[in-house]
Design a protein around this ligand. Structure first.
Ligand code: HEC
Length: 192
């Protein structure tokens, strides 16, 4: 009886060792190369968005005042839009303001108190996203970092492409068919 018990425990130990060995040798189920690259939030999107942010600072897109007006949902309660070119390509920058008891006057007096998000659309070269007219999107916090989609993916690049909700899904419905909603030159500050 003792011998049988001893034999059994040896088999158990051997079994455990081969099990652990099998786990460590196991090949990962998803090979990295075979995985689809997400359409936004990757290292190259973040790098391009950071570079745009630096140029927006340099050219005044983040500091020059524009015309404040009350915006429709879903963005800010009060918004202002600036438009121009960075590296020869079109960019639309929208500052979104929110806060308790917000009015145009209150924002005018203290923009930084109410500034919650800076949402941009920037044209990229042909081939970037041909089916969506090659727009690059980003949603920055006032300090230049990104909001996150689903709490993990930085909102920068072809944001939420293929998803039911998000920048592209909604901007595709813009009436002029160019993904741009408000394009009233009287409301937009041009920066060249
Ligand atoms: C549910 C719909 C919806 C979603 C989602 C949405 N937008 Fe918009 N966006 C609008 C509407 C409507 C306007 C025009 C009103 C305004 O400016 O608030 C607009 C305006 C803008 C503008 C100014 C140019 C224009 O089209 O008038 C920019 C830039 C912009 N959005 C960027 C973004 C970015 C970046 C995201 C994603 C992080 C995003 N939007 C998500 C509906 C949406």
């Amino acid at each position: 009886m003792q011998r049988i018990k001893k034999l059994l425990s040896i088999f158990a130990v051997l079994g455990l060792i081969s099990f652990i060995g099998g786990c460590t040798n196991a090949k990962p189920v998803h090979k990295k190369s075979a995985m689809m690259k997400p359409p936004f939030g990757g290292a190259s999107d973040v790098a391009y968005g950071n570079q745009l942010w630096a140029q927006m600072n340099k050219k005044g897109f983040n500091s020059l005042p524009a015309i404040l007006f009350y915006g429709p949902p879903p963005h800010g309660r009060v918004i202002e839009i600036l438009e121009g070119k960075i590296n020869g390509k079109e960019i639309i920058v929208k500052r979104n303001y929110r806060g308790k008891g917000i009015t145009l006057n209150e924002v005018r007096k203290n923009r930084s108190k109410y500034l919650k998000a800076i949402t941009i659309m920037a044209k990229r070269g042909p081939g970037y996203d041909p089916t969506e007219q090659n727009w690059f999107y980003a949603k920055y916090k006032p300090n230049g970092t990104y909001f996150k989609i689903k709490k993990m993916m930085p909102a920068v690049g072809r944001v939420a492409k293929g998803m039911k909700k998000g920048c592209i899904a909604c901007h595709r419905l813009a009436p002029a068919g160019n993904f741009v909603y408000i394009h009233n030159p009287k409301l937009i500050r041009q920066i060249q």
